[in-house]
Every structure is written in structure tokens, then in C-alpha cells.
Design a protein. Structure first.
Length: 254
């Protein structure tokens, strides 16, 4: 689910929408919290430990999540509580993917979908004393995605059944330049250099360009949960708008 940034709690206060064009989610700040995913059909007498997380559908509100990223729902057995609602994101590292990635996917070449990363609530699974979570921003440069910068924080790991709270990571103003005008973000959790399962909720972002043209451009791609086949035709519509619409105004805002 995407919710306006102006409704964030006092401990995670973010930019409010700055434009009125387009639809809900086309302007200003927003939050991805997974709470509009379909509820899992779990029998009343089912063992919570036997219920498995569901894959996050791609795209999810115009964002793509890496393949090992899924969503767990209470009352599944899990170490962390969701920071909002009943769903929480979980990334399970593998030999093929050690880092969780979230980005605009095939929309990376369309400038109106550049975003600013503002914060997230995260947790790391384990029984050790300390886990390092590293967040890295990337930006499409015309040929590939290039790293813009990274930040890290140490969090206390949590084992299954502990019912722990997620830690907040808010991008400080001094870090902001590293996390603006992005096309993707990667998040990794490590203990002593080894990847660990990452839990995340309330991913806070904001659109970089907030003029009316940018909002209308974004409105060409539906802000919902949809399959890849349906999205392809909608993406072409957004690109046609950029090709024939007022592109200089967008560029000036970037």
C-alpha cells in the first residue's frame, strides 16, 4: 500500500506532497508498506510456523522487488512485528542474491519516475549482538545503474519468536544528496560479513520531480498491484507522453 508521507508518525516525519496534479501517489512523499496485498488463506488451526511468506508481486505500486523478497503476515511465526498493519517485507539472501533491491525497473529510463529515498524500518535475523544494515542508492545514467552513495547502521539482531521491534533508519539531510534522483535502492544485512535475512516495513520515498508535468507523466502508469504483461502497454503510454509532452519542464525540475 502507498500512503501519503504527510501522515507519517512524529518519529518519521517526511515531506508532504507539493503538487495537486495527477492522482494519489503521483505527488510528493509516499510509503510502501505491503498492507494492501491479498491476505493469506490460513486455517484457524494452522501452525504459525508452517505458514510461508508470499512473493511480493512485481510491479508493486510501480516498483520492482528482487526475486527473493517476500511478504509475511501476522500471525505467522517471525522474529519482528510489522511497524504498521499486518504485513512485513522479508528478504532471504541466497548464493545468487545477497542484497535486496527495490527500484522502478523498466521505468528507469523515464525521468518522471526518479525518486528520493527517505527512510525505512529494518531488522536483521540472528542471535548475535550486532548486525550491520547497509543501504545503497543507484541511478540510471543512460547505459547502466551507477552507485550514488551508501549509508549503514548497526541494529540488534532478533531470533524467531522474540517478537522484536524494527529499527528506524531516516536519511539525514547531510546524506540526502546521495539518495535523491534514484532509480533503485539496495539493502543488505550482514553479521561478520555473512548475509542474513532482512526484515523491512514502511519504505519511505518521495518523487524527485513534483511539478504538474511530472505528476501527469506518472499518472500514465497505474499506481496499483499489476502483472508485467498489463504494465508493458501502460509504460509505453508514459513514454509517449514524455516524447511528445513538455519534456524541458521535467528536465529543469530534476
Amino acid at each position: 500500500m502507498t500512503t501519503p508521507g504527510g501522515n507519517a508518525s512524529a518519529t518519521m516525519a517526511f515531506l508532504a506532497p507539493r503538487a495537486t496534479c495527477g492522482h494519489s501517489g503521483d505527488n510528493g512523499a509516499f510509503r510502501l508498506n505491503f498492507d494492501d496485498l491479498p491476505a493469506l488463506a490460513v486455517p484457524a488451526n494452522a501452525d504459525a510456523g508452517a505458514v510461508k511468506p508470499m512473493p511480493v508481486p512485481n510491479p508493486y505500486h510501480r516498483f520492482w522487488f528482487s526475486g527473493d523478497f517476500s511478504a509475511a503476515q501476522t500471525p505467522q511465526a517471525m522474529p519482528f512485528k510489522p511497524s504498521s498493519g499486518s504485513f512485513i517485507g522479508v528478504f532471504t539472501p541466497s548464493s545468487q542474491a545477497r542484497v535486496a533491491r527495490v527500484g522502478v525497473g523498466m521505468l528507469a529510463t523515464t525521468q518522471c519516475f526518479r525518486f528520493d529515498f527517505q527512510g525505512v524500518r529494518v531488522g536483521c535475523e540472528g542471535s548475535e549482538e550486532r548486525c550491520t544494515v547497509t543501504i545503497t542508492g543507484s541511478r540510471w545514467n543512460g547505459t547502466h545503474e551507477a552507485t550514488t552513495g551508501s549509508t549503514s547502521l548497526d541494529v540488534r539482531p532478533c531470533s524467531n519468536g522474540e517478537d522484536c521491534l524494527l529499527s528506524s533508519k531516516i536519511i539525514r539531510s547531510t546524506e540526502g544528496v546521495l539518495f535523491t534522483n534514484l532509480t533503485s535502492v539496495s539493502i543488505a544485512a550482514e553479521i561478520n560479513g555473512e548475509p542474513r535475512r532482512l526484515w523491512a516495513d514502511d519504505v519511505q520515498m518521495a518523487w524527485t520531480a513534483n511539478n504538474c508535468d511530472a505528476a501527469v507523466c506518472r499518472s500514465q502508469v497505474r499506481n496499483s498491484i499489476m502483472g508485467r504483461s498489463r504494465l508493458s502497454s501502460v509504460v509505453s503510454g508514459a513514454r509517449r507522453f514524455l516524447r511528445f509532452g513538455p519534456r524541458p519542464a521535467l528536465a529543469a525540475e530534476m
